[in-house]
Design a protein around this ligand. Structure first.
Ligand SMILES: Nc1ncnc2c1ncn2[C@@H]1O[C@H](COP(=O)(O)OP(=O)(O)OP(=O)(O)O)[C@@H](O)[C@H]1O
Ligand SMILES: [Mg+2]
Length: 261
């Protein structure tokens, strides 16, 4: 029976989809059996990140009872299965939580990991997905509005008994304007598992419609996503801040020594 990991955030646009596609790809590269689900039903964009936009059948159709789950699963060339959302503005209907649970349970039966990209915040669409998580990963940027919104999601998730396992701190710039790792960790009362820097190659990844771990496999960012996949697999979400800092500068110096940035 696989584990269902929901990638969530308080604020929109902080990097949930980027985290989801790279985590799914990194786990698939480690030979795990992965299903990536686009459960951001109103504005799905996993397909856009992966260069796939024309899906005859989507999760929306399955939830409306108009299609079978097996017909809505696509094998991605990068080694994972994809359950897409529909890009059509007309196809979103109120989520039927019972049906969604059945879909998730069936996916867990057939995989090691179900990675679920979700909508930001605590609207009914986001909450019905969060409620079904075996583990929740919160993505945030190191700035106050994103972290305070993340705090609301962490609080509500914990209240309903969902294990909030770790934080992916994304688009870190290491300047005086970023909130510090320690401050974020203590505010969210959740360990920071990964620190992903603001990476100019991310735009290239979106343009080339492939995860950055494939576009720039030797980059610092790619290495961080592989480490995240290791940690998720081992269930070791907790890192000491010193460890995160040391790891970052160690990786940087190794890559620089090899001629990569
Ligand atoms: N580490 C990063 N460095 C630079 N750009 C990034 C990074 N992470 C994500 N981005 C860019 O930020 C934008 C938003 O990312 P993404 O779509 O993953 O966010 P999201 O949280 O899924 O948004 P939404 O809430 O709308 O679903 C994208 O253009 C993406 O390429
Ligand atoms: Mg998204």
């Amino acid at each position: 029976m696989g584990k269902l990991i929901v990638i969530s955030s308080g604020k929109g646009g902080v990097g949930k989809t980027t985290t989801s596609v790279n985590l799914a790809s990194a786990l698939a590269k480690q030979e795990r059996n992965v299903v990536l689900v686009d459960a951001n039903l109103t504005t799905p964009n996993v397909g856009l990140h992966l260069g796939l936009t024309k899906f005859p059948v989507t999760l929306n159709d399955v939830l409306k009872g108009e299609a079978n789950l097996t017909d809505s699963l696509y094998i991605h060339p990068l080694g994972f299965k994809l359950l897409p959302g529909s890009l059509s503005v007309r196809s979103f209907a109120e989520i039927n939580s019972r049906k969604l649970k059945k879909v998730f349970d069936d996916l867990k039966e057939m995989s090691d990991y179900v990675i679920v990209d979700s909508a930001a915040g605590l609207g009914s669409e986001a909450l019905s997905v969060i409620k079904l998580a075996d583990e929740l990963i919160i993505v945030t940027n190191p700035e106050l509005p994103a972290v305070t919104d993340a705090f609301k999601v962490v609080t509500v998730a914990k209240e309903i008994g969902i294990p909030v396992k770790g934080v992916v701190l994304n688009r870190v710039r290491r300047n005086n304007y970023d909130l510090g790792l320690r401050a974020i960790e203590s505010l969210l009362e959740t360990p920071i598992t990964s620190v992903i820097e603001d990476d100019k190659n991310m735009r290239q990844a979106v343009y080339r419609k492939k995860p950055i771990i494939h576009i720039r496999p030797n980059s610092h960012t790619a290495q961080q996503y592989h480490l995240l996949a290791d940690r998720v697999h081992k269930g070791e979400y907790e890192r000491r801040i010193e460890e995160l800092e040391a790891e970052n500068s160690f990786l940087r110096s190794v890559l620089r020594g090899l001629g990569f940035n």
